[in-house]
Ligand binder design. Structure first.
Ligand code: ADP
Length: 466
């Protein structure tokens, strides 16, 4: 059963329950009211008549007629008076009078037994009320007075009320059915829009958004869905670009290897020096492939969020190790590599992470430098934050490239990066690793040429600082 039908049916069910109540309760209540008023007036009239007949030793047609002459009763349809055997001594109805016959109405029989009886019913559009009381002489029942009232006037009123209520209810019901249809349609149409958007996105249309208006819960769900879709779309675009870039990066060295090996195979009598040279090139290309795959694996690990367990790591030994490893490379390029520890620092990370960050930044400083240039690593910071800067006076990064420098495979100068064995992934690894450890990294141009990279990481509490 669709949501629209469910909503519609529940509205209608509620209103039907209300209408049934509206059509029954006021009617039974007013019926009850009429009965009670009838009871009091009829009993009153009968009591007036029995009082008039009181004191008589025996009831006869004559003395009853004489006594009742004075008690003209209005509003009563018929009055009967019987003697103790039930024989009718007086009948207010002139045509078809029952005078002299025996009355066997239950009420009269009960009155002759000494009870006051009242009975009322609403039948065939009229109120029928019957009342009977015994006539007593010296504790002896000598007869009974019976009064019957047939009232159509109040019955008509009640009937009118009933039909007015019914018409009114029919109108309300029709209105509610129409309204519930419209309302549930509006409501479910918006759910439908949302479901349609979700379906299309599941089928791969990542640009799809749900346009559901309003300020209610459905609009809120649609809003949440749209932001989820934004995220998915961005992730999907990044993933696609990454896969395309990665394949492209892997293709280049592979093509080189193929070309070189083809040349060796197809050139007869190639002299051994050229062969060695080509094989050397092949080796270089495979080293490049290895570096790219290693970097890719590292990035994938970072993406999956599988960090090495964090432990307090002192930074100075890591800086010393990096400086030691890269000293030869720096000397080869005539770049001066130095470091300065202004304030010792311990951070919560994996040692390998820190090594990767400092190594990549320092290696870049050496790679993108001039002969005679310098790279300086500096460790400083305050009580909360550790600030690590890697500064060089090398070729620098153009202002317009700065915002994209941490993107995967982004290089300012592709040829230069390749020439130095760069993969274009070094800074992405730095930025992802820093972020995973709760820090930030920024790149800026250094005054007077060169660049400064600044890494900020939260200081580990109680770390061994001096
Ligand atoms: P690569 O493997 O190419 O070095 P990175 O991600 O480490 O990749 O760096 C991206 C690009 O940023 C480099 O190709 C280079 O153009 C530029 N770059 C990085 N560090 C520096 C630096 N210290 N000075 C000048 N340019 C730099």
């Amino acid at each position: 059963m669709s949501l629209q039908v469910k909503f519609g049916l529940s509205y209608v069910a509620i209103i039907i329950a209300v209408l049934v109540l509206m059509n029954t309760y006021p009617l039974t209540a007013s019926e009850d009211l009429v009965f009670r008023s009838k009871e009091s007036t009829l009993k009153n009239s009968v009591s007036v008549m029995t009082t008039a007949l009181m004191g008589k030793e025996i009831l006869t047609e004559e003395n009853v007629a004489a006594a009742l002459m004075v008690t003209e009763e209005t509003g009563i349809s018929r009055v009967l008076v019987t003697d103790e055997s039930g024989r009718i001594l007086y009948d207010s109805r002139e045509t078809d009078s029952a005078l002299g016959r025996y009355a066997f109405y239950t009420e009269i029989v009960q009155a002759l037994h000494g009870d006051d009886v009242f009975f009322a019913a609403y039948e065939d559009g009229a109120f029928h009320s019957r009342c009977a009381s015994p006539v007593i002489y010296r504790s002896q029942t000598i007869g009974a007075v019976y009064a019957y009232e047939y009232d159509t006037e109040q019955a008509t009123l009640l009937h009118n009320l009933q039909s007015t209520l019914l018409h009114f209810s029919e109108a309300i019901l029709a209105f509610v059915i129409a309204l519930s249809f419209i309302l549930s349609r509006i409501l479910t149409r918006r759910f439908g829009l949302l479901a349609e958007a979700i379906r299309q996105m599941r089928e791969g249309d990542y640009g799809r958004r749900a346009s559901v208006g309003g300020h209610d819960e459905i609009a809120e769900i649609a809003g949440e869905f749209n932001s989820l879709a934004d995220r998915l779309q961005t992730t999907e675009e990044v993933r696609r670009r990454f896969v395309a870039d990665a394949s492209h990066e892997l293709k280049t060295p592979l093509a080189g290897i193929r070309l070189l090996s083809d040349s060796i195979l197809q050139t007869e009598d190639m002299d051994s020096t050229t062969v060695r040279e080509f094989v050397g090139d092949i080796e270089q290309e495979s080293e490049r492939l290895t570096r790219i795959t290693e970097d890719l694996l590292r990035l994938t690990r970072l993406d999956s969020g599988k960090n090495d367990a964090a432990e307090p790591v002192s930074i100075t030994p890591v800086i010393e190790r990096v400086a030691h490893t890269l000293r030869l490379v720096a000397e080869e390029r005539s770049v001066d590599l130095s470091y300065e520890i202004k304030r010792e620092a311990t951070v919560r990370a994996a040692e390998d992470d820190l090594h990767q960050i400092i190594y990549n930044l320092t290696e870049n400083g050496i790679k993108y430098n001039y002969s005679g240039g310098y790279v300086r690593i500096c460790l400083a910071g305050d009580d909360e934050t550790v600030v690590l800067t890697v500064e060089d006076n090398g070729i620098g990064i153009p202002e317009e490239d700065l915002p994209r420098i941490f993107d995967r495979f982004y290089r300012v100068d592709k040829m230069r990066s390749r020439a130095y064995g760069g993969t274009g992934l070094g800074l992405s690894i730095v930025s992802d690793t820093v972020r995973r450890r709760g820090g930030t990294v920024t790149a800026a141009a250094r005054e007077g040429g060169g660049s400064v990279f600044t890494v900020r990481l939260p200081r580990a509490e109680g770390g061994g600082e001096k």
